[in-house]
Design a protein around this ligand. Structure first.
Ligand SMILES: Cc1cc2nc3c(=O)[nH]c(=O)nc-3n(C[C@H](O)[C@H](O)[C@H](O)COP(=O)(O)O)c2cc1C
Length: 167
């Protein structure tokens, strides 16, 4: 595994294209059991004097159980050639099949947080905040109607960034 820690002040990627267009894997678990899912919503920023990552997870995701029951999670970004794999990990649930094995991705741990050797960039995070989005808080009600017809409001998780690793 040849990841090197990157100084957060020197990161050279665009978070908008990385998250929104290239997608990421959100991964949580422990040495015994890990789950992962694809995400294209989220962010990197600063909050409470800390460098943080934001993720938004629907309640029905199996990955949510793993994020809830572990202190840490990771965000992994990949080269374009992995897009099909990310499509697969974002369309099948770990409840129904051993999708990590089937994906062929190799699990590893950085800062004791599960992530993937195949990734180009890994962000390790410690959970510091969780909140279910509240329909009463939408200032633009069209968004509520558009995204939450089933009332399955995302849970927002804020993670303090422990490290950003690249190859
Ligand atoms: C491109 C893409 C982006 C996605 N973004 C999110 C997201 O930000 N939040 C979310 O809850 N689900 C998102 N999903 C859906 C989950 O990845 C998908 O439901 C996955 O199968 C959940 O797996 P799990 O049940 O094993 O956790 C996305 C799926 C794709 C393909």
């Amino acid at each position: 595994m040849d990841f090197k820690k990157i100084d957060i002040n020197n990161i050279s990627f665009n978070p908008f294209s990385k998250i929104g267009n290239e997608w990421m894997l959100i991964t949580a678990g422990n040495e015994e059991k890990v789950n992962t899912m694809t995400a294209s919503w989220g962010g990197l920023g600063v909050l409470w004097g800390k460098n943080v990552a934001f993720t938004f997870i629907r309640p029905q995701r199996y990955t949510k159980k793993f994020i809830d029951s572990n202190e840490f999670f990771s965000l992994c970004f990949f080269e374009e050639e992995y897009k099909k794999t990310l499509g697969y990990l974002g369309s099948v649930s770990g409840r129904d099949e051993d999708k990590i094995s089937k994906s062929g991705l190799k699990l590893c741990f950085l800062d004791n947080v599960p992530c993937f050797e195949d990734a180009k960039i890994v962000v390790t995070c410690r959970k510091i905040y969780r909140q279910e989005l509240d329909c009463g808080c939408f200032l633009d009600e069209d968004l509520d109607e558009k995204w939450y017809g089933n009332k399955d409001y995302h849970f927002m998780y804020v993670g303090e960034i422990l490290g950003i690793y690249g190859k």
